[in-house]
Ligand binder design. Structure first.
Ligand code: BGC
Length: 795
């Protein structure tokens, strides 16, 4: 710490000495400033450039050159994911990069230091998206960014914006939605919030990284149209509304080429079609050919290895990689560095406002909760009512996911505590029995999980044995006014979820729901299920057994308080589903997905990472995105397939009426305006969704529903009304036509509707497009054969 401060002071002094002039006068050292980047690039040796494009963990090199500001994450902000390589003679500091989407991930404690460095566990990405409220997401991002700044980190490795193609993807909790508009809008809001602190973000993982198993060697094979309309569309939207300092490429191949080695994806689409000007970095250890990465315009390789340095050095030396291409990457990295707090010499405090952020987390999380069911006015719970709390997960809520999306937070509020804080009286006997049972059960699983690696699925606690449960439930049903059962699920980086005991509720969980419901219904009392889950679970087979279901995802460290606030009606849950809850897994359109039974106990994400690209095993070495553009609700709506809960769905403790639809044409498109009135009895917020109903010229070739806009009201009191508007650009109704490499808007009347969710018909209307319009793109990303003959550099 001391050494680092000293180095920073020296650096700051050196910068001051450099003054504001662009070039040094004779005898003065040339030091980086924001206006002299070309000069610095010219002054750098080939060695320095090759080091800079490779991250700070080039151990062999660093050890031999005795750098003090070495990029080992143990020295600069312990526990961060990586740094850039410092070149001190030119005033280029190492900047710090750290995860992740639900809050800053650094070590909470440090050697020989009694202080703690906990960060706030904020709600996960999926919960943020469920709010359908970019303003809320921006506020959370702002708070997160303050922690990034005050803990001395320069770039937050977030948000994650891959689409939820299949409910079993292990990292879906970090991502937003199955819809590109919702996903892109949320990503932009997050980026704007974090970056308002003068720190950077890394929009990740670009692109089409929709599963974890074998993620370093798997080829996502997708039609160009599905790429443009879905899997690239969310990035395009995010980049229209924000300017992330960096973008992180993904691990996978896309149509035959590693994303980090693909000039078509990076130079063609990202920089060419979309005009992205920031810095592009690899995911940690992504790709295999460093020279190809630099050639493709992937500016920085993280976390950086000596062999990568050598490969790039050799490629430039032997002329196979033009030095000008290396220079372009170096310039992009320097443009990033000059924006950072570390370069500016910001004196970070190590004291972010954790108390304020905990309060914000408590309030905002509840806005993303989705009320899936509420019969017999089961919710909100009456003031000072009594409840019997069931389910082992109630006593160990899941605040966030595992892997790099985890946050080292100081505490997690459990549901018993949260309910007590909100004045709900817990049935004493049930509470005591659960405390005793979970103490022993958690000790058992903790011991079983102790030696497990980060990518191994931890053993899950079991529910209370049936005999004890039955007796407990029967007594509780007499003594308490209502029952609450928590069902918990976690998931994380490195592996995908499983069908059995994960997507599907396990036998003991179903038995729990059955037993408690039978006991409470016999006494004419309600049962509520709280779903504290990282991703979609099956609901169709058991939802009829209970009266209310509140989906709380993973709400962050104030979980118990946020959930209690929603159960008691202190906050009216106003979330809407950002993905479909299918009736059964067999209905999911994206059936091509890594095999479910792999579970080898090894690191599933590295399963078949080898020198040769192997295309042998379907859905492991390659995944054909056969559902094409009919992914998620686009499939369910177009093929009239039943869902358990549709995309966009969510109830409220109040009732809204939408009226007075008005359309106003402008040069770009239309403004769609409606008035929303709270006609119920509680304050609450509504979400307005605007869908198109397919292309009038080619109805069968387009999804019959696509989200084209949305808006969320403020909190409306009973009787209160608010006018909300949605801007629609005419080209947002266009489809991508591969043969023309263009977005094409065909003339005709486009059927539209303002609705409550993707299955609702709401208020419909037509929009007339009089003449065809076209927006050309580059012709990129067609399948490019086997990569087994590509240059491989031996590590
Ligand atoms: C993850 C990234 C993360 C990086 C650094 C990788 O394994 O895929 O999302 O940012 O590690 O921790």
């Amino acid at each position: 710490m001391l050494k680092m401060k000293k180095t920073l002071t020296l650096l700051a002094a050196a910068l001051l000495l450099a003054g504001s002039c662009n070039g040094p006068s004779s005898g003065e050292a040339l030091l980086l400033d924001k206006d002299n980047i070309p000069e610095i690039v010219k002054a750098m040796t080939l060695e320095e450039k090759c080091h800079l494009v490779v991250g700070g963990q080039q151990k062999d090199v660093l050890d031999s050159t005795d750098q003090i500001l070495m990029a080992s994450t143990r020295k600069l902000v312990p526990g961060s994911a990586g740094t850039t390589y410092p070149v001190e003679r030119l005033g280029i500091p190492a900047i710090v990069l750290a995860d992740g989407p639900a809050g800053l991930r650094i070590s909470p404690t440090r050697q020989n230091d009694t202080a703690s460095y906990y960060c706030t566990g904020f709600p996960t990405g999926t919960l943020l998206a469920s709010s359908w409220d970019p303003g809320m997401v921006e506020a959370v991002g702002r708070a997160m960014g303050e922690e990034v700044l005050e803990y001395g980190v320069d770039v937050l490795l977030a948000p994650g914006a891959n689409l939820h193609r299949n409910p079993l993807c292990g990292r879906n909790f970090e991502y937003y939605s199955e819809d590109p508009l919702l996903s892109g809008t949320m990503a932009a809001a997050f980026i704007n919030g974090v970056q308002s602190n003068g720190v950077g973000t890394s929009l990740k993982h670009f692109a089409v990284n929709n599963s974890e198993i074998n993620r370093l060697a798997c080829d996502s094979r997708v039609s160009v149209r599905a790429l443009r309309e879905l899997y690239l569309r969310n990035w395009e939207i995010a980049l229209r509304q924000s300017a992330p300092w960096t973008i992180m490429t993904s691990y996978n191949y896309l149509n035959g080429v590693y994303t980090s080695e693909d000039p078509e994806l990076l130079e063609g689409v990202l920089r060419g079609d979309w005009g992205y000007e920031g810095c592009i970095m690899t995911d940690w250890g992504g790709g295999q050919d460093p020279a190809a990465q630099i050639h493709a315009g992937n500016d920085m390789l993280q976390p950086g290895k000596d062999w990568q340095y050598k490969a790039i050095y050799e490629a430039v030396s032997n002329g196979s990689l033009p030095e000008s291409e290396l220079d372009a990457c170096v310039s992009n990295i320097l443009r990033l560095i000059v924006k950072t707090p570390r370069f500016r010499g910001y004196a970070y405090s190590n004291r972010p406002d954790l108390a304020a952020h905990a309060q914000l987390t408590r309030e905002k999380a509840a806005e993303g909760f989705v009320l899936l069911k509420n019969e017999n006015a089961a919710l909100p719970l009456a003031e000072a009512s009594s409840a019997a709390l069931f389910g082992q997960a109630s006593y160990r809520l899941s605040a966030g996911g595992t892997g790099s999306g985890n946050v080292n937070k100081a505490y997690v509020i459990n549901l018993d505590e949260g309910l007590a804080n909100d004045g709900i009286l817990l049935d004493g006997e049930t509470d005591l029995a659960y405390r005793e049972y979970t103490a022993a059960e958690y000790a058992r699983v903790d011991e079983a999980n102790a030696g497990k690696k980060w990518y191994q699925i931890p053993e899950k606690a079991q529910e209370m044995p049936q005999a004890s449960l039955e007796a407990l439930a029967e007594k509780a049903a007499v003594n308490a006014e209502t029952a609450i059962i928590t069902i918990g699920r976690n998931s994380g980086e490195g592996t995908d979820r499983h069908l059995k005991d994960d997507f599907l509720l396990s036998g003991d969980e179903l038995q729990l729901i059955k037993t408690v419901s039978a006991a409470f219904h016999a006494q004419d009392k309600n049962v509520t299920v709280v779903l504290n889950v990282a991703g979609v679970v099956e609901t169709a087979s058991w939802k009829d057994m209970v009266d209310a279901i509140l989906l709380v995802w993973q709400p962050g460290q104030e979980a118990g308080n946020s959930i209690a606030d929603a159960l008691t009606g202190l906050v009216n849950p106003s979330g809407r589903l950002p993905m479909t809850f299918p009736e059964s897994y067999a209905d999911v359109p994206a059936q091509n997905f890594p095999a479910l039974e792999l579970n080898t106990g090894k690191n599933d994400s590295f399963l078949r990472f080898s020198k040769e690209k192997l295309y042998e095993v379907k859905d492991v070495d390659y995944i054909d995105y056969k559902e094409d553009i009919f992914m998620g609700y686009r499939h369910f709506c177009s093929h009239c397939e039943n869902t358990s809960y549709p995309f966009g769905y969510g109830l409220s403790y109040t009732v809204f009426e939408i009226e007075d639809l008005r359309l106003k044409k402008n040069s770009e498109g239309w403004t769609v305006k409606v008035s929303v009135r709270n006609v119920g009895e509680n304050p609450g917020r509504d979400v307005i969704q605007l869908y198109s109903f397919g292309n009038p010229a080619n109805p069968q070739t387009c999804p019959s529903r696509e989200l084209k806009g949305f808006a969320k009201t403020k909190v409306l009191n009973p009787g209160e009304r608010q006018s909300v508007s949605i801007e629609l650009n005419a080209m947002d109704l266009a489809s991508y036509v591969e043969e023309r490499s263009a977005w094409v808007l065909t003339p005709g009347i486009y059927a539209m509707a303002v609705t409550a969710d993707s299955e609702d018909f709401g208020m419909s209307f037509g929009l007339e497009v009089k003449r065809e319009r076209e927006k050309a793109t580059g012709d990129y990303l067609h399948p490019r054969g086997s990569v087994s003959d590509r240059l491989f550099i031996d590590k």
